[in-house]
Design a protein around this ligand. Structure first.
Ligand SMILES: [Ca+2]
Ligand SMILES: [Ca+2]
Length: 85
């Protein structure tokens, strides 16, 4: 019985430790994968074309709605407005 309790305690500890590791990794990957306007603007014209936006999957999916003035490009203002919402 004591062995079982010790086993359960050890199992619980390892689960807790794993969950902590997982959270750290997730936070880290989210930081490194969050594309900025400047990193996406490959040609440096201060506008994101649909091709440039395609590098960020979530941005590509919401490109049409993010392009509020409908000129086919995302300005930094449009990009920032989208990131906030
Ligand atoms: Ca550009
Ligand atoms: Ca636009």
């Amino acid at each position: 019985m004591t062995k079982l309790i010790a086993f359960l305690a050890a199992a619980l500890l390892s689960v807790t430790a794993f969950a902590g590791d997982n959270k750290d990794k997730k936070d880290h990957s989210m930081k490194s994968s969050a594309a900025t306007f400047d990193s996406l603007d490959k040609n440096g014209d201060a506008q994101l074309s649909k091709t440039e936006a395609a590098a960020d999957k979530s941005l590509a999916d919401s490109f049409a709605s993010a392009d509020t003035n409908g000129d086919g490009y995302l300005s930094k203002t449009e990009f920032t407005a989208r990131t906030k919402s």
